[in-house]
Design a protein around this ligand. Structure first.
Ligand SMILES: *[C@@H]1O[C@H](CO)[C@@H](O)[C@H](O)[C@H]1NC(C)=O
Ligand SMILES: *[C@@H]1O[C@H](CO)[C@@H](O)[C@H](O)[C@H]1NC(C)=O
Ligand SMILES: *[C@@H]1O[C@H](CO)[C@@H](O)[C@H](O)[C@H]1NC(C)=O
Ligand SMILES: *[C@@H]1O[C@H](CO)[C@@H](O)[C@H](O)[C@H]1NC(C)=O
Ligand SMILES: *[C@@H]1O[C@H](CO)[C@@H](O)[C@H](O)[C@H]1NC(C)=O
Length: 349
């Protein structure tokens, strides 16, 4: 075990996976009270600027620990139908090469984590959990004819500001890691925050006699992280490979394959091509898809053909228990029977 972590640490050292080291807060972050400044030092993996942010904004650490957890669960849920299914994020604060190198997968995890942190802080402001902020300002636009602005909106501005300060810190003030990787990470963090900004939507609540909705109060709120992750997944599928080269006097990231156009603010970028994740290859951070479940009727990425990389699949049956024949009894309860159903499952060879 000790040998194992040493190897991982070594991999991290050479490829600078440190920048999302803080995702390791999922491990012990909840057991810390975050009410004394020395708590900031309990968990290694925070860079000096993050330590300072922690000391000055202790209450915010609950949001960051929450964001680390949300990043993990949303990533795994969003990618559960793909060959690369984000399972390696479980190892945080240690990372396998799929996340420790400048791959497409690390691009989406950085963007997701950046969005999650700003999301969590913006929400915490609105629920009154942070001393440094409160509800977002009332929107400048005119309300519609049938509603007025009110309630308490998510404080996106504060979330973006503090979130960026925290997640971008490892790239800003550190001598380790290549310039190209730092630029890539910063870019992808910004893409994650842009998706968050675009997810701001008007949410309303009805008032009036027995919910007649004659009066509506509306505010600006962020979409759920699952929606934001779905948007980032489509950006992951369309991500652009870039190289770090001179444009005029400065070195920048530019698309590798296309003509000389700058990198767009809306696209995820990566430096290192990924394996196809079909076969197990620890050096590349690929777990392979053997024994993964596939869907025989789907024609998407979870189809048996794509998931199993053409190797074929084994079928087996499984009994699942379900609630059935539910009856509503006046008033007010429901009784159900328990039924067993046999389902066919398919796993990759
Ligand atoms: C979590 O806490 C345990 C026990 O205190 C410690 O051994 C472990 O190294 C910690 N892990 C992380 C990632 O901080
Ligand atoms: C910090 O919080 C813990 C529980 O969350 C509490 O037991 C402890 O008294 C608090 N310490 C201070 C200094 O407020
Ligand atoms: C994700 O992939 C790993 C490795 O192939 C597998 O062990 C795990 O069960 C998968 N998780 C899900 C939710 O399918
Ligand atoms: C398989 O895919 C089909 C079509 O996309 C979908 O309707 C069905 O729910 C999926 N089955 C499972 C077990 O995920
Ligand atoms: C399967 O593919 C066809 C076209 O190739 C498409 O029209 C259809 O919507 C797809 N079905 C699912 C469930 O994705």
């Amino acid at each position: 075990m000790k040998y194992c972590s040493l190897v991982v640490l070594f991999l991290c050292g050479i490829s600078y996976c440190n920048a999302i080291h803080w995702l390791g807060l999922t491990v012990n972050g909840s057991s810390v009270g975050w009410n004394q400044t020395h708590h900031c030092k309990l968990l290694d993996g925070l860079v000096p600027d993050q330590l300072q942010l922690c000391r000055r904004n202790l209450e915010m650490m609950h949001s960051i620990v929450h964001a680390a957890k949300v990043t993990k669960t949303t990533c795994q849920k969003t990618f559960s139908d793909m060959r690369w299914n984000c399972s390696s994020i479980e190892d945080a604060p240690f990372f396998t090469p799929d996340l420790a190198k400048g791959t497409r997968e690390s691009a989406v995890v950085f963007a997701l984590a950046a969005a999650a942190v700003s999301h969590a802080i913006a929400r915490s402001c609105a629920s009154g959990d942070l001393p440094g902020c409160s509800c977002g300002p009332a929107p400048a636009e005119q309300p519609g004819p049938d509603f007025r602005w009110g309630g308490c909106g998510d404080n996106l501005r504060y979330g973006l500001q503090m979130g960026a300060a925290f997640v971008d810190a490892p790239m800003k003030n550190s001598r380790s890691g290549s310039q190209a990787t730092k630029l890539m990470n910063l870019h992808n963090n910004a893409v994650g925050r842009q998706v968050l900004i675009d997810s701001m939507e008007t949410k309303c609540k009805c008032h009036g006699v027995s919910g007649s909705c004659s009066v509506k109060t509306c505010w600006k709120g962020l979409q759920d992280m699952h929606d934001i992750a779905a948007e980032l997944k489509s950006k992951y599928l369309a991500a652009t490979k870039v190289i770090h080269r001179h444009v005029g006097t400065r070195k920048q990231l530019v698309p590798k394959e296309m003509d000389v156009r700058p990198v767009r603010e809306t696209e995820l970028v990566y430096l290192v091509s990924s394996p196809d994740y079909c076969a197990r290859n620890e050096k590349q951070g690929s777990y392979g898809t053997q024994d993964r479940q596939c869907n025989k009727t789907s024609n998407g990425s979870d189809s048996c053909n794509l998931m199993c990389c053409g190797r074929g699949y084994n079928a087996y049956t499984e009994k699942v228990a379900e609630r059935c024949q539910c009856k509503y009894h006046w008033c007010c309860y429901v009784t159900c029977k328990k039924c067993e159903r046999t389902v066919e499952r398919y796993v990759c060879k």
